[in-house]
Design a protein around this ligand. Structure first.
Ligand code: FDP
Length: 338
């Protein structure tokens, strides 16, 4: 009779993971554990509504437009307000900014202000909500640069390589939280029966190359010829370089980038004649995803320079994006730069 019992894996909750990480870094103050705890709480509330969406008729368009001209869905508003309410009282933030609000979101009077700044996209991929397709939330954290008082524009308009943490939530067939505080990229899956995030993807590394490209090819006629040549190249038959690549496009940035992070490849949203500066937002979409992907060994570029080196001039600024496996992003840059 065998007495071999398989080793029981460590039960690593999000909280425990953050605390153990902080113990290895004596300079850590415990702030991130509190911020991430509140983000994960907000995300669970958003996820609860996302899963109920088809049941309780929460879906449907309100008559409000968001500042980028999209018609807002009720769930966007709910997610925006839930994240704000979960984060406004912790004493660690001095200001917030989100896709759904034209200006800065200040900490309400009566609550302490802290040293950090939170930018977030409350519900990314919202045009997919009605079709039960994976959507998500994205967040980015900086240290404030203003000295005191309410946060200022210069606090939220910092280049991405000054981020101190970033992450995203995925509301898909399961709910996931992926985060990085500069010490590896780690993914947690929610066990809904106990309401805990459990470590499922420790220390994620993106493959250096990957034969998958992700782009809205319906825009091809509006692209620059260099972008068209690049995508055509990926589709040519050539055994030696593993071409043709496969094409995948969910249409939720966060889901497309998550797949790219795990399987490798490249996600592109180039500029085109309709979106002359690109479509995606630099500060709360591209920067946090670039931080995650670079920390996992990948790259993120606007075609010419690192996303995280762009000095933001406006909160809702757009940028072209090429993100994913390092070699794939370099290849895209070579085509774009002739
Ligand atoms: P959405 O408009 O649904 O919010 O953030 C914008 C975004 O989604 C991304 O999540 C997504 O990748 C992209 O737009 C899809 O744009 P296209 O429909 O133009 O492909």
């Amino acid at each position: 009779m065998t007495t071999d019992i398989p080793p029981i894996p460590k039960l690593m909750t999000l909280e425990r993971h953050i605390l153990e990480g902080e113990r290895q870094h004596p300079e850590a103050t415990g702030v991130f554990s509190s911020i991430l705890h509140n983000i994960s709480l907000a995300a669970k509330l958003v996820w609860r509504e996302v899963t109920k969406a088809g049941l309780v008729n929460i879906l449907g368009q309100t008559d409000r437009m968001n500042i980028t001209g999209d018609v807002m869905k009720k769930l966007d508003i709910f997610a925006d307000q839930t994240i704000y309410r979960a984060m406004d009282h912790g004493g660690h933030l001095c200001v917030m900014a989100s896709e759904e609000n034209e200006d800065l979101l200040q900490i309400p009077d009566g609550y302490r202000r802290g040293k950090y700044v939170l930018l977030y996209d409350p519900l990314d991929g919202s045009s997919n909500i009605d079709a039960n397709i994976t959507i998500g939330s994205i967040f980015s954290i900086f240290r404030r640069v203003s000295r005191s008082g309410p946060g200022k524009h210069k606090d939220v308009l910092q280049p991405g390589d000054r981020q101190v943490a970033a992450g995203y939530l995925l509301y898909g067939s399961s709910m996931m939280l992926v985060y990085c505080t500069g010490h590896g990229v780690h993914g947690f899956t929610l066990d809904p029966s106990v309401g805990e995030f459990l470590l499922s993807h420790p220390n994620i590394r993106i493959p250096v190359r990957g034969p998958i490209y992700s782009v809205n090819e319906g825009n091809a006629s509006r692209w620059d010829p260099a972008v068209r040549r690049y995508i055509e190249y990926l589709k040519e038959e050539d055994n030696a370089t593993g071409r043709p690549y496969s094409q995948r496009y969910v249409g939720s940035l966060v889901a497309d980038v998550h797949r790219t992070l795990l399987y490798g490849g490249v996600y592109c949203y180039p500029a085109d004649t309709k979106h002359t500066a690109g479509k995606l937002r630099l500060t709360y979409e591209c920067n946090p995803l670039a931080y995650i992907v670079e920390n996992a060994g990948g790259a993120a570029s606007d075609g010419h320079r690192r996303i995280m080196e762009i000095e933001p001039e406006a909160l809702h600024q757009r940028t072209p994006l090429f993100i994913g496996s390092r070699e794939e992003v370099r290849l895209a840059e070579r085509f774009l730069n002739g």
